[in-house]
Ligand binder design. Structure first.
Ligand SMILES: Cc1cc2nc3c(=O)[nH]c(=O)nc-3n(C[C@H](O)[C@H](O)[C@H](O)COP(=O)(O)O)c2cc1C
Length: 204
């Protein structure tokens, strides 16, 4: 078979895919620069109609994590759906340990009228999935969140994603798992899949 992988590596890769689980509780160390480059490069092989490469990422680490926490929680507390004190404290505690955040947006390139916005969002989501899988394969924990202030416009603007040109899609927390990553039992694909053998009419 003409494949760059050996049989062993192929099995290992599929095992990694089958066993990915999100991990919210992460701490230092963050991915090394070399691993972060691999993780971000994995996004570049996402399926992408029209080769628009609509995904955009902001890397947030070091001192900027505290600024991210203050900014997002501040906006949330000033909104009409503030966190209660326990949730606010838990969110602060969580972010204080996260060593790397990748904020995600989909760029709306208005010069292209052929590829719909939903297809661009799907490509960006696929890029994020590649990131989550790459982080997992390299031994890191990763978690996609649309929490805190994701749906507050000033938040995306403050992250550098002007609402006219970008759809903000939340942020990823990536780091070293604080505890063994809980393994979920996954449902069988069979519940979600059936054979199609021809057009379905209302009479059959
Ligand atoms: C677009 C998107 C946004 C999400 N936002 C949140 C969130 O804000 N809070 C949360 O608890 N889980 C959120 N999740 C779910 C978690 O990232 C994770 O997928 C979920 O806990 C299930 O774990 P699993 O990925 O191991 O199946 C989000 C998932 C997606 C795809």
């Amino acid at each position: 078979m003409n494949n760059i992988y050996t049989g062993f590596a192929m099995n290992e890769a599929i095992n990694y895919l089958l066993n990915r689980n999100s991990m919210k509780m992460v701490t230092s160390p963050a991915p090394s620069d070399k691993d972060l480059a691999l993780i971000l490069q994995a996004a570049m092989s996402a399926p992408d109609h029209g080769a628009l490469r609509p995904w955009r990422f902001k890397i947030i680490r070091g001192e900027a994590i505290k600024k991210f926490a203050d900014f997002s929680i501040g906006l949330r507390q000033a909104s009409n759906e503030p966190f209660n004190p326990d949730k606010e404290a838990a969110t602060r505690q969580w972010l204080a340990e996260v060593p790397l955040i990748i904020a995600v947006a989909c760029h709306i390139d208005y010069s292209n009228t052929k590829i719909s916005e939903s297809e661009r969002m799907l490509a960006t989501g696929a890029a994020v999935t590649n990131i989550l899988n790459a982080a997992h394969m390299l031994g890191y924990g990763a978690f996609w969140s649309t929490g805190i202030a994701t749906y507050i416009d000033e938040f995306q603007t403050g992250l550098g994603f002007d609402a006219l040109d970008y759809r903000f899609m939340g942020f990823l927390a990536i780091g070293t798992p604080k505890m063994p990553v809980p393994q979920k039992e996954r449902l069988s694909y069979e519940f979600f899949t059936e054979e199609w053998t021809g057009p379905i009419s209302e009479n059959n």
